[in-house]
Design a protein around this ligand. Structure first.
Ligand SMILES: Cc1ncc(COP(=O)(O)O)c(C=O)c1O
Length: 388
């Protein structure tokens, strides 16, 4: 009975052109990936600054394993917190201006901990409509009440805040939205929260490293001090090219999470070798402004060419550029057609994006060359005409 039910759900996914399976990479070399013995220019990764393959990061990983061990061998409050974890926390606080930070095995876990632990039944969580699945799930599983406001719409947020005057309102938004690549006005959002005695919680998974001076992220890029946020999370698996995540906040918030966040307390600590790699990645990210400059050049080139070619792109000044197709079937067709000229560009379909807004989500990196972007636009335009 249960198996039949599962099979039926799988068949339904397939019939709706929504079935997904992982792509197996034989090799990852930054801008080029090898799949089934063929090389492709990769426009679907999150390695925005090209740090995942940087020789210094790789060396730090290898040296870290030899020096500190491959695994932490315990949960953080037992024996899983090593000196290198503390060093990483200290570096995060010095870099980003938080009083304290806490490490998590993934951004998904950090978001679960952030919303589920910090809110209670007296609170209302107000989430942007396009919030990442990890935030939505966390809000749904929390004891707080949960409402969503129209995407990046401050007046919709103000109305919600007005409506929930009685409760502790916790406003949750993202520095860079993962599927559209756009950003909220964080300074205005922080001000609005202040006026309503609400708390602002930020997911900066796609902003850290990419935006702001020394890659300090979305809040810094918009002149919002870390102290204006109730807390902020970001992960190490995107611009920093490794894996894992952290939450940064005041000492009180982090002390509380350290005691009560089940995703932290009951989970094996991050690998110390990984922490060593992240530390090197952060150092390079801070020192090497050329990576952000090159990424910006690539973003501007992509936008200029896409607009000239009349491609239906969303407004975004970040590494995430969405070409909206609409139908899942056509998005898949276009993605498949681009494989012939060796371009890897994945189709993103519901439920990851709203129904009717299937897209090709281009992610740019500092490693892309000018010719790669020209080639992408040429083949996108040619094949878009064939499917339209
Ligand atoms: C906005 C956002 N938040 C959180 C996550 C989860 O982070 P992680 O992949 O480290 O679990 C992701 C991406 O996967 C994301 O795009």
């Amino acid at each position: 009975m249960k198996l039949e039910q599962l099979q039926q759900a799988l068949m339904q996914r397939e019939a709706q052109q929504l079935k997904r399976s992982p792509v197996v990479l034989q090799q990852y070399k930054g801008r080029v990936i090898r799949v089934a013995n063929k090389d492709y220019i990769n426009f679907s990764g999150n390695d925005y600054l090209g740090l995942a393959c940087d020789p210094q990061v790789l060396q730090a990983y290898a040296d870290g394993a030899l020096r500190y061990g491959a695994g932490s061998t315990g949960s953080p409050l037992v024996t899983g917190q090593h000196a290198i974890h503390q060093q990483l926390n200290d570096t995060l606080c010095e870099w980003l201006g938080f009083e304290r930070s806490l490490l998590f095995s993934s951004g998904f876990a950090a978001n679960q901990a952030m919303l589920m632990t910090l809110s209670d039944k007296h609170d209302v969580l107000l989430l942007d409509k396009l919030s990442h699945a990890s935030l939505i799930d966390a809000a749904q599983h929390s004891t707080a009440s949960f409402k969503r406001f129209a995407h990046n719409d401050l007046s919709a947020l103000a109305q919600q805040l007005q409506r929930h005057q009685e409760a502790n309102a916790m406003v949750v938004t993202e520095g860079v939205f993962s599927m559209d690549g756009d950003s909220p006005d964080l300074a205005a959002t922080a001000k609005l929260c202040q006026q309503h005695n609400a708390y602002l919680l930020l997911d900066d998974a796609h902003g850290i490293g990419m935006l702001g001076e020394q890659g300090r992220g979305s809040a810094a890029a918009q002149q919002v001090a870390s102290s204006e946020l109730f807390c902020s999370m970001a992960n190490f698996g995107k611009a920093l090219g490794v894996a894992g995540a952290f939450i940064g906040a005041s000492s009180t918030v982090i002390d509380y999470l350290e005691q009560f966040a089940r995703h932290y307390v009951y989970s094996t600590g991050l690998s110390p070798a990984l922490c060593a790699a992240v530390l090197t990645s952060i150092r390079l990210c801070r020192e090497q402004q050329w990576r952000r400059d090159k990424l910006q050049q690539n973003i501007q080139l992509f936008r200029q060419l896409a607009i000239a070619a009349d491609l239906p792109i969303l407004t975004s000044n970040t590494a995430i550029q969405a070409v909206i197709i609409g139908s899942s079937e056509q998005a898949l067709q276009l993605s498949a057609a681009l494989k012939q000229p060796q371009i890897w560009l994945s189709a993103i379909r519901p439920p990851t994006v709203p129904v009717g807004s299937a897209r090709l989500r281009v992610t740019l990196s500092s490693q892309h060359q000018t010719a790669d972007i020209h080639q992408l636009i040429t083949y996108l335009r040619q094949n878009y005409d064939l499917i339209a």
